[in-house]
Design a protein around this ligand. Sequence first.
Ligand code: NAD
Ligand code: TYD
Length: 349
Amino acid sequence: MKNMLVTGGCGFIGANFIHYLLEESDYSGRIINVDKLTYAGNPENLAGVEERFPERYIFFKDDICDKNRMADIFDENEIDAVCHFAAESHVDRSIVSPDDFIQTNIVGTFNLLETTRERIKNIKLFHHISTDEVFGSLGIEGYFTEKTPYHPNSPYSASKAGSDHLVRAYHETYGMPVTISNCSNNYGPYQFPEKLIPLIILNALEGKPLPVYGDGKNIRDWLYVRDHCAAVWEIMKRGKIGETYNIGGNNEMENIKVVEIICDILDETAGMLPAGSRRGLITFVKDRPGHDRRYAIDASKMRDDLGWQPEESFETGIKSTIRWYIDNKKWTDHVISGEYQAWIKKHYT
Ligand code: NAD
Ligand code: TYD
């Protein structure tokens, strides 16, 4: 893998992955980052990378749905591996306006697969990043394994499921060398503050209401983003072609508990609010339609076949994430201005 195309590298996980590959891993090739820079993509997530790695990193602001541009980028950069993160990723947005999810997640993935298929002799690996949400919702017991049938419940998860099926079909039909990973909820630096954890951190810092959907007892399995990046790189190096891997943190928690933990850490580190603990800001709001009750990953295949295990516990991961958001106020002020505000205004007022 000398010339790796990373799609969506200016988003939350993609940017963490590029930092990880260049700064921490044993990868020695080039990274070609293609990102359309939607509201969620921010080149500041990779500030300084181009200067520090001029021979190993290049960025193209492009849309994965643009077939001609993808063909040129593959040919001009001699792409021999793909790590595909680019997607519309927020469930709430997919409920309000699903169109972009179908375009980018399904049509965009199809377009990349076709571009890859036309050059299949040059390609060592196409790794597709997906989510545990394709499996639907669990009851109080059990875990998602690689054999769990797909049962997506939101336009987001249905569009990711569609893309997963296409990737698998390209392996079966055309012999394309693919691997797929389905990961649980990530948290950490550079996450756009519309997702639960960064939203709660920022609102709690500012003394704003902390919206908790429904009864707050929905469960997610939280994984620190660096652990996800390390898992993806392990799969790319040593995973078996044609296989799927579930990645999870073994950190199941009710949403209300996550919110309370953030309140308590901030009360301790940033001081109490004049009105007392930040727990007083918790506000139960109308539930998300089709809200999946519980996600939990069985990551034993990652552990047994590839020797991967998460390094970060929720306690340590959430503390460093909170610290990051406090130390990077300029970043957060910037990302929540402009286009983000315009979108919220258009759809919610
Ligand atoms: P994100 O929304 O933060 O970033 C997505 C990136 O893709 C952005 O930089 C955006 O500009 C780019 N993009 C969107 N449409 C594009 C297009 N048409 N062409 C080129 N670039 C485009 O998302 P994220 O949280 O970093 O998620 C990355 C991937 O990981 C997604 O495929 C998502 O489904 C998957 N995933 C996310 C989580 C999570 O908890 N965030 C968990 C499991 C899997
Ligand atoms: P989110 O971060 O949007 O990730 P996902 O929907 O992909 O799991 O939400 C995580 C959980 O938190 C989910 O159960 C919905 C809930 N949630 C809230 O209770 N309040 C919020 O403001 C948000 C954004 C999410």
